[in-house]
Design a protein around this ligand. Sequence first.
Ligand code: ATP
Length: 243
Amino acid sequence: MSLLEVQGLEARYGLLSAVRGINLAISEGEKVALVGANGAGKTTLLRTIAGVHPVAGGRIVFEGADITGVSAHRRCASGIALVPEGRRLFPAMTVEENLLVAQSAKRDGPWRLESVLEAFPQLKPKLKAPAGELSGGQQQATAIGRALMTNPRVLLLDEVSLGLSPVAVHAVYESLGALLKTKTAIVLVEQDLQRTLDVADRIVCMLEGAIVAEGRAHEMSREQVMGHYFGNRTGVAMREAAA
Ligand code: ATP
């Protein structure tokens, strides 16, 4: 049984259909990357799975239960965590407070303040600093750490390296290395295609709100993914590759 299943999912902004008939099944521990041009619907899909954007049609099933009507707060408490685009920290609160706030989810698991700081050592000297004063890389580390503090079974990571320097991106991915080996399923949106291909088990290409191609990461070349990215549907690694 899949850990998370999205069935015929629809999401809208007014009359605009941003997510159209998405079917996606994710297993425990699987690392799935969503790839697609700006406006393809990746962020909206993650936000809809997390429950912060309303479902306009279809179903979301988590651990065998229909959670389509469940609030974002309860989804988080049951093990779905979102690291949103733009990080959305509490800027006036310290790094430590930003991390501890997520403990209210009270799920058991390996992630607590000490283990998050072990994974993201760059945060140790910044614990008492207001989050708003951190560098972009430190803020991203805090945002990922905050999500980990809920001990998620599914981690939704939106635009991990957006706006970060190459050094900061490297540091964040170094820290993600350990997480990538765990049973936590990850759905990743990442502009850096090489990193995407390196860390993901499966690539899902989106165009205009729909999935247009899907395949195992090691079976898809950079060129094939780029082809789908720009709407070229003649690439070879279509859904059959995933079968
Ligand atoms: P990006 O990489 O630019 O974040 P994306 O693939 O994540 O792109 P979304 O941000 O989910 O795509 O956008 C999907 C569609 O919904 C686009 O047409 C976008 O213009 C539209 N959209 C996104 N946010 C809003 C909003 N708050 N109000 C209205 N339309 C929106």
